[in-house]
Design a protein. Structure first.
Length: 600
């Protein structure tokens, strides 16, 4: 097995798939585009859903990349050896091109060839789909693995719970997968029959790679319809693979965090590994500062706020501050740790360098804000719990008071309560919050799916309306207006843009008039592919300049709107109905939000 650094592993992976005819595409933003159901990009395939469903990708039908991902479902587990809220996924895709017959031999070659990972064949186990009423047993993959040289006793079969991937939400592309594992304990592995994989004690196998054979679309009714095109979607977690190759037991001990650990040691005078408690605090700070750095430094950089992505970011920064206190991290440290992280990723994610000013500024602002109330809040919390019996429940109104007055996100209060063997009345909190805010952020974290697959027409029309809105705002308010965020549900579009003030009633009316005029003219929406340079020269706008690499898709609506965009869009503006601005909101100083609807 080769010992590799993160830089070399990324490079080797992309180089391998380039040599197999794949276009290397840059990582998409961490903020999903036009996906109403999820807050962050959660897997390499996520930004590619429209293409897995049949849209044409401008870079071709063989793609590979390293994708930035965020998953915050297990945030309270961060601090142990394996959980991270941010990770990178190495992935390659066939969009209706090759299938198992090529992917399995390539996987074998990449894993075992001395030029690449050099893992001994006898140390590799694979699992394949065992078959059920929706899809037959995957004998074909098992046969291909045997032909490559995987030992027959190291091939296992698992049901849907183990060897099926997707859809990312409740509907969308999915299929059986085959997973590759490194055998860490041969004595235990040798005892297992071909259906016994899950009976192995923890640590017997370490999963390294997942090849998904996406051949179904799961519908809202729960049935599996064959996809028009059969795809391959593979994912290899960069951090986890580094651990395995370098024989480390935790991602925090890989080269990725080396400099950041040194920085925390210098700032606190403590040593990583000094005790379990200290190590846990180091890890929380490391993970959370890295995640916050990537969120703030993203092309669609978000800022801490009280809703959606901004709320998750706020929660992550505040949790880092709280754990930082436990190891004596002085106020103002987060931006210093962040600087070592930006340095480490500078070449792979240049947007971090470009946006570093914003990253440090926002980190400092949020850290200062929370630091002001943290001590007092802890005192208040202690007072509350000391008045409760063992195993008591902190009521919702009190939890809301801790949030509203001392800035404790309810999840942090919940975690502190658990440390004392208590809980928080989450329902009561939501009720108190809803009462106070009239609108609650409840459920925002449950958003997890790929919305473009759903109710496609409604969301497609709203996507086209978003382009019209963007163009109209430029014309009516300022040519400098740029998109700062976009989110679409079946009911409405939401568009964030840089502008200092709310629109006047006259401006609102003019924007609506211009858009409805374009709709009544029933203008065709024209897609053309071209190089990024050509698109720029022709006056197309687009924030996501590096997203598709060489060739980009452009959408124009007459001369009114010209944007670089992945699509999909309505064929003609006449399909849209009537456009109306429903609401204006303030996102932050300098960023405004419009919610708009389409009616019949
Ligand atoms: N979508 C699969 C995963 O996330 C493979 O890329 O594991």
């Amino acid at each position: 097995m080769k010992k590799l650094t993160s830089e070399t592993l990324r490079q080797l992976y992309l180089q391998f798939f380039k040599s197999k005819g794949h276009a290397v595409i840059p990582s998409a933003s961490l903020i999903p585009e036009n996906d109403p159901t999820v807050l962050f990009t959660t897997a390499g395939m996520h930004p590619l859903v429209p293409y897995l469903l049949g849209e044409k990708h401008p870079a071709g039908n063989r793609l590979c990349d390293v994708q930035k991902c965020v998953r915050t479902g297990d945030i309270d587990e961060v601090g142990d050896s394996s959980h991270c809220t941010f990770f990178e996924m190495l992935g390659n895709w066939s969009l209706g091109d090759y299938f198992k017959e090529k992917m399995i031999p390539w996987s074998f070659e990449f894993l075992t060839s001395p030029e690449y990972l050099g893992i001994p064949v006898k140390d590799i186990a694979v699992t394949c789909f065992a078959g059920d009423k929706d899809c037959p047993k995957d004998e074909e993959s098992a046969k291909l693995w045997r032909e490559c040289g995987i030992l027959p006793e190291n091939i296992y079969f698992l049901p849907k719970s183990g060897n099926w991937w997707g859809p990312a939400g409740t509907t969308g592309p999915c299929g059986p997968d085959t997973e590759m594992h490194v055998i860490r304990n041969h004595a235990e592995a040798d005892k297992l029959g071909e259906y016994d994989f899950e009976k192995a004690p923890a640590g017997t196998f370490l999963e390294i790679w997942n090849d998904v054979f996406m051949q179904y679309n799961k519908t809202a009714e729960g049935s599996y319809e064959p996809l028009r095109q059969k795809n391959v979607d593979t994912g290899m977690g960069l951090e986890r693979t580094l651990c395995i190759l370098n024989g480390k037991s935790s991602v925090y001990e890989t080269d990725i965090f080396e400099k950041a650990i040194q920085s925390i040691e210098k700032l606190t005078g403590r040593k990583y590994g000094e005790s379990e408690e200290i190590t846990r605090a180091f890890r929380v700070v490391l993970d959370h500062v890295r995640t916050a750095t990537f969120m703030l430094g993203d092309v669609k950089g978000i800022a801490p706020s009280n809703t959606d992505q901004g709320y998750i970011l706020r929660r992550i920064i505040r949790r880092a501050v709280r754990f930082g206190r436990n190891i004596g991290l002085p106020q103002g440290s987060l931006s210093k740790i962040s600087a070592t992280i930006i340095d480490k990723y500078a070449e792979v994610y240049p947007e971090l360098v470009k946006n570093s000013g914003r990253v440090y500024e926002e980190l400092e602002k949020e850290e200062n804000k929370f630091s002001k109330t943290l001590q007092q809040g802890i005192r208040e919390f202690d007072k509350v719990v000391s008045a409760l019996p063992a195993g008591g429940v902190i009521d919702g109104v009190t939890a809301f008071h801790l949030y509203d007055t001392y800035g404790f996100p309810v999840e942090i209060t919940g975690e502190m309560a658990r440390e004392k063997g208590m809980t928080v009345d989450a329902k009561g909190y939501e009720a108190a919050y809803a009462e106070h805010q009239a609108k609650s952020r409840a459920g925002s974290e449950q958003k997890f799916a790929c919305g473009l697959a759903d109710h496609k027409e409604l969301t497609t029309n709203l996507h086209t309306a978003t382009h019209l809105l963007h163009a109209a705002l430029k014309k009516v308010c300022s040519p400098d207006i740029e998109q700062r965020g976009s989110n679409i549900t079946e009911e409405r579009l939401r568009f964030d843009f840089n502008f200092a003030r709310k629109l006047t009633p006259e401006e609102v009316a003019e924007v609506e008039r211009l858009i409805n005029e374009q709709i009544s003219l029933d203008i065709p929406v024209v897609m053309r592919e071209m190089t990024l340079e050509q698109a720029k020269a022709e006056g197309f706008t687009g924030l996501f300049e590096s997203k598709y690499g060489e060739k980009v898709k452009t959408y124009s609506i007459g001369e009114f709107s010209k944007e670089i965009c992945g699509g999909p869009h309505a064929e003609k503006t006449g399909l849209l109905g009537k456009f109306k601005i429903a609401k204006q909101e303030n996102v932050s100083a300098g960023v405004k939000r419009i919610k708009a609807i389409l009616t019949k």
